[in-house]
Design a protein around this ligand. Structure first.
Ligand code: ADP
Ligand code: MG
Length: 256
């Protein structure tokens, strides 16, 4: 959870925040070109989803934004960003409370202070009663909420969420998508949400950036100018989902 370096640490909100800017970014691993000439802008307070097929460089994009990797060409400028990794990254030997407070501990907070700060959110995160539970004792949805809380408590203005609900069953995923939409409505953040699920992108984002198969390049950007809360059955949601699938070259799908 390192930041993109020199950008000044700002509060979690405010018009002076630079948000995220990628300009003509290319990134390769040896002979494998993961991303090619990707440009992307996320304004402060905006939720941008990045969707595309597996292996098209989505996780790499987040690593660049968080300063965990450097581009081979192009420029990355971002306010300090916290990463919620693709696998929840919870430490199995720590309690839910200590996992949630991990970024605070890493920042120098005492165990007591980190626990107190994390615990303030446990009720809103539906985690009351599970403070001492280890990750193995939590449901998949709870683990994702602990991981999300840890990302929030890192106190960085930009949140990079890497397929946060990808490993959940369909029912839990739907519940968690609604929960995240509500949480961001209550407390807006600058969010880059990576997903391979275009429906999730339409439900949650202000804008969707669609990437091609590797090497990932931007094939289309879709503005999601729809009121919230959004339901997967809303006609406008279905239409945008179909448009996104079409842009990705996928046959339309009917989902249960
Ligand atoms: P996505 O998240 O969209 O599935 P990734 O960003 O994880 O895609 O990976 C894009 C491509 O880059 C893949 O082919 C992957 O194997 C490769 N890749 C990613 N990280 C590394 C790395 N550290 N070393 C070598 N290859 C990598
Ligand atoms: Mg990935």
């Amino acid at each position: 959870m390192q930041s993109g370096a020199e950008a000044p640490a700002t509060g979690s909100r405010g018009a002076e925040q630079p948000g995220v800017v990628l300009d003509g970014v290319t990134k390769a691993f040896g002979a494998v070109v993961a991303l090619r000439d990707v440009s992307l802008r996320v304004a402060p307070g905006e939720i941008v989803a990045v969707a595309g097929p597996s292996g098209c460089g989505k996780s790499t994009l987040l690593e660049l934004i968080c300063g965990l990797a450097e581009p081979d060409a192009g420029e990355v400028n971002s306010a300090p960003a916290a990463l919620m990794p693709q696998r929840d990254g919870l430490l199995p030997w720590l309690s839910a409370l200590d996992n949630a407070g991990l970024a605070l501990r890493a920042g120098g907070a005492s165990k007591k202070a980190a626990r107190a700060a994390a615990h303030e959110h446990f009720e809103a995160f539906g985690l009351t009663g599970f403070e001492k539970a280890r990750p193995a004792e939590l449901s998949g949805g709870m683990r994702q909420r602990v991981a999300f809380l840890r990302t929030l408590l890192a106190g960085r203005p930009v949140l990079c969420l890497d397929e946060p609900f990808g490993a959940l069953d369909a029912l839990t995923r739907g519940q968690m998508q609604r929960w995240l939409a509500d949480a961001l409505e209550r407390e807006p953040r600058t969010v880059v949400l990576v997903t391979h699920d275009v429906e999730e992108a339409v439900l949650l984002a202000d804008r969707i950036v669609l990437l091609s198969p590797r090497p990932g390049t931007v094939v289309e950007t879709i503005e999601v100018d729809l009121p919230r809360p959004r339901a997967r059955t809303d006609l406008a949601v279905v239409e945008l989902r179909e448009r996104a699938l079409h842009a990705l070259g996928e046959p339309s799908t009917e989902r249960a």
